[in-house]
Design a protein around this ligand. Structure first.
Ligand code: C2E
Ligand code: MG
Ligand code: MG
Ligand code: MG
Length: 284
């Protein structure tokens, strides 16, 4: 019986493995075609200032307009893009598209136009030309460096080389914002945020969604708020879905939030239209 079971396990494993490989091959092929056919699109989700409800920024989130399967969120294909080496190309496209779009946004009543947040993947960050690429895109689109925030997931910021660290510090000195994304989900010590040239921390959705019921989540949120305040970092709470969460975050001293409570990610034209409507007289 043990032998038969062992055999069965091997079969199960290889079927799964085979399916995984086949999926990766298929998705990679389709993704290459998608780049040619320009099927990728940048969606935008506002980052809201909790004090006044105004969008201080918008995060660019890539979507794939698949000819048969419809609009695909990155969860369904970004891993393949990353492992196949297509990510630097996709990332460069998202950056250029996002900055071009942000350059057209109107200024709000406080005199500043919203910033744009762009996610940067591990492979993209590894590219030797990454920092030059960022500077080139800013020059070409005319977007002020202060209006760009690059988001890096905490887990791969651990592996950053000294050279890259110096490059990132250079971007920061030029005025570009650098954010630790999904903060609290990795295993890096809290002190990591001191060593990196960050300007912002984004608390992971997992803590925000449970902070009202779970004292441990709440403790993490409170700690990150204190830490970022002490270090002069901006803080954004991700995945805010209820008014009760927003109220509590505000009470705890959090400046900004992002989530379905205010808006899902929307097409760029829609974001621009809503922005214009929100500042036109008589709209509020
Ligand atoms: P992320 O950077 O942490 O982005 C936030 C994700 O949470 C987005 O998922 C967004 O749609 C979702 N979200 C926002 N508010 C809520 C909420 O209130 N409730 C819930 N349940 N979800 C919310 P999305 O667009 O599917 O993106 C998933 C991840 O894919 C992103 O997580 C980011 O890591 C990655 N990603 C997206 N676009 C890009 C890109 O252009 N480049 C790179 N490198 N990664 C990207
Ligand atoms: Mg992000
Ligand atoms: Mg995030
Ligand atoms: Mg995430």
């Amino acid at each position: 019986a043990a032998k038969a079971e062992g055999k069965r396990r091997v079969v199960v494993f290889s079927d799964e493995h085979r399916a995984r490989v086949l999926r990766a091959v298929r998705v990679e092929k389709e993704l290459r075609a998608a780049l040619e056919r320009e099927e990728l699109e940048v969606y935008l989700q506002p980052v809201i200032e909790l004090d006044n409800g105004l969008p201080v920024a918008a995060e660019a989130l890539v979507r794939w307009n698949h000819p048969e399967r419809g609009l695909l969120a990155p969860g369904e294909w970004l891993d393949v893009a990353e492992s196949s080496g297509l990510m630097p190309r996709i990332g460069a496209w998202v950056l250029e598209r996002s900055c071009t779009e942000a350059a057209t946004w109107p200024t709000l009543c406080d005199g500043a136009a919203p910033a744009v947040h762009v996610n940067v993947s591990a492979r993209q960050l590894d590219e030797p030309g990454f920092v030059d690429e960022v500077r080139r895109v800013l020059t070409e689109t005319g977007l002020a460096p202060e209006r760009l925030v690059l988001e890096f997931t905490e887990t791969y910021l651990d592996e950053v080389s000294d050279t890259l660290l110096a490059d990132l510090a250079g971007l920061r000195r030029a005025g570009i914002g650098l954010a630790a994304d999904d903060y609290g989900t990795g295993y890096s010590p809290l002190t990591r945020v001191i060593e990196l040239p960050l300007s912002m921390v984004k608390i992971d959705r997992g803590f925000v969604s449970t902070m009202l019921e779970d004292v441990r989540s709440r403790a993490i949120v409170t700690t990150l708020l204190r830490l970022s305040e002490a270090l002069g970092l901006d803080l954004v709470a991700e995945g805010v879905e209820t008014q009760a969460q927003a109220d509590e975050l505000k009470r705890l001293g959090c400046q900004a939030g992002q989530g379905y409570l205010w808006s899902r990610p929307v097409p760029a034209e829609q974001f621009r239209a809503e922005l214009s409507a929100s500042i036109s007289p008589g709209s509020r």
